[in-house]
Design a protein around this ligand. Structure first.
Ligand code: ZN
Ligand code: ZN
Length: 154
């Protein structure tokens, strides 16, 4: 028997092709407010960062490290408790590294990345880069199960 630890990745048993059209339409509907909340949180956080930055200059705050740390901690807690954009089909976090399906086009044809090489989608040609500043692509499809989520992407 294979030991499966709590951090081992288990892909969902059902993928996009296992759902019918009405189920898929329902997933898009469920995901819409999640995508909106996620965008709101990002915009809010971005605004807060700018406000903080300006405040530290205006009030000449020297000890900014602690402030930044607090801000980051608040963001992380908010994100993981309330705003994690979960896939309505497989209930996994869609804002994660590329797993099975291309988050841009939903294709399962992905060339695995490697050392100093990004993951690339062989179907749409998108290079699914994930750097220190976050990912450089939009999530329109769930990377775990391939279900379509949002046309704008998150
Ligand atoms: Zn999914
Ligand atoms: Zn693709």
């Amino acid at each position: 028997m294979k030991f499966s630890g709590p951090f081992e990745y288990v892909p969902p048993t059902k993928t996009a092709s296992d759902y019918n059209e009405s189920e898929k339409a329902e997933f898009v509907k469920i995901f819409r407010p999640r995508a909106r909340d996620y965008r709101c949180l990002k915009a809010l956080f971005f605004g807060l960062c700018i406000a903080f930055f300006i405040a530290t200059i205006i009030f000449k705050i020297d000890d900014v490290f602690e402030l930044w740390f607090t801000l980051m901690a608040i963001y992380v807690v908010l994100y993981y408790t309330l705003f994690k954009p979960l896939c309505p089909a497989c209930n996994k976090n869609t804002d994660t590294r590329v797993r099975t399906f291309c988050p841009e086009c939903g294709s399962g044809k992905i060339s695995p990345g490697g050392f100093m090489r990004s993951i690339e989608c062989l179907s749409c040609g998108e290079v699914l880069r994930q750097g220190k500043g976050g990912r450089r692509y939009n999530v329109r499809y769930c990377t775990h199960c391939g279900v379509f989520l949002d046309s704008k992407g998150i």
